[in-house]
Ligand binder design. Structure first.
Ligand SMILES: [Zn+2]
Length: 72
């Protein structure tokens, strides 16, 4: 009985993946621009990038990018 639910669940997940494969893959390809590093980062690894040493180094180096643009 328990196995049955597991199989059903797996089947459901497979169907979901196949149905949304293109969308899921498209999402993975999305890049986010990091202004501190002047780099395009994969959306899927952006969180990891923000936690990286290189990023925090660049962020402290380019802290002025955080200042609001002077429109006066
Ligand atoms: Zn960065």
């Amino acid at each position: 009985m328990k196995e049955d639910i597991k199989i059903k669940k797996k089947k459901y997940n497979d169907t979901y993946y196949n149905k949304n494969k293109d969308r899921v893959l498209e999402k993975l390809k999305v890049k986010i621009y990091c202004k501190y590093c002047d780099k395009n980062i994969n959306k899927s690894s952006y969180t990891r990038h923000c936690n990286s040493n290189m990023h925090s180094k660049n962020k402290s180096k380019n802290w002025d990018l955080d200042l609001p643009a002077d429109n006066s």
